[in-house]
Ligand binder design. Structure first.
Ligand SMILES: [Ca+2]
Length: 210
């Protein structure tokens, strides 16, 4: 049906320009979560990538080409050696003359590790006597995995339960190992110790007067 404007021959009335209300889907707020605080920058205390030979007194394992997929700028790692005494394949970082570090709540040990399929488990232990250990994930043989271990999470088992380390206890040796069964091999790379940095503002600016 034609409009009356056409029927009468007069020009059509101008169409008013009206801002069209935007169609907005209703927003349903189910939960408001505060943004996670950024993780504090960690200070690298010691780090070894094995691209150049590390101090010989700290590592006795062989430096070998990394197994698995090639990685730009990262070609070498340590290969676990057979320890007849403990019947394991192990990589060790050690210094018997002075401690590598001491247990603190602020420090973490990080490294990449690679297990062959035959390795049923792996762990990391920190020695002096007694040893403090942590079991590592070992469900992805043939892949590089990353371990990030808080020193405060290590423990030793004794009658009565798990005993955490005492802050300040010296660590002379870090061992990353798997059982020495046929075909089981372990490789370690990018070993480092990191520390939680202190607040650069210090405590003076925010502390209440005493
Ligand atoms: Ca490397």
């Amino acid at each position: 049906m034609l409009s009356s404007a056409f029927l009468s021959g007069s020009p059509p009335a101008p169409i008013p320009i009206v801002a069209k209300a935007a169609t907005v889907a209703p927003v349903i707020v189910t939960e408001v979560r505060p943004a996670a605080p950024p993780e504090p920058v960690r200070r690298v205390v010691q780090a070894y990538d094995f691209e150049t030979p590390p101090p010989a007194e700290l590592f006795s394992n062989s430096i070998v080409p990394r197994p698995g997929a090639a990685e730009e700028g990262n070609r070498y790692c340590l290969k676990g050696d057979f320890s007849k005494e403990y019947d394991v394949q192990a990589v060790s970082w050690h210094n018997w003359q002075k401690p590598l570090f001491a247990f603190t709540e602020n420090e973490e040990l990080e490294f990449d590790y690679y297990l062959t399929k035959a390795a049923p488990w792996a762990n990391c232990s920190l020695t002096d006597a007694p040893n403090y250990g942590l079991l590592l994930e070992s469900h992805s043989p043939g892949k590089w995995l990353h371990a990030r271990l808080r020193l405060s999470d290590f423990s030793r088992t004794q009658v009565g339960g798990e005993i955490p380390p005492t802050s300040g206890t010296s660590v002379h040796c870090v061992v990353i190992q798997c059982p020495a069964i046929p075909g089981a091999e372990i490789y370690v790379d990018n070993l480092k110790l990191t520390s939680k940095d202190a607040d650069p503002r210090g405590s003076a600016g925010n502390s209440a007067p005493r």
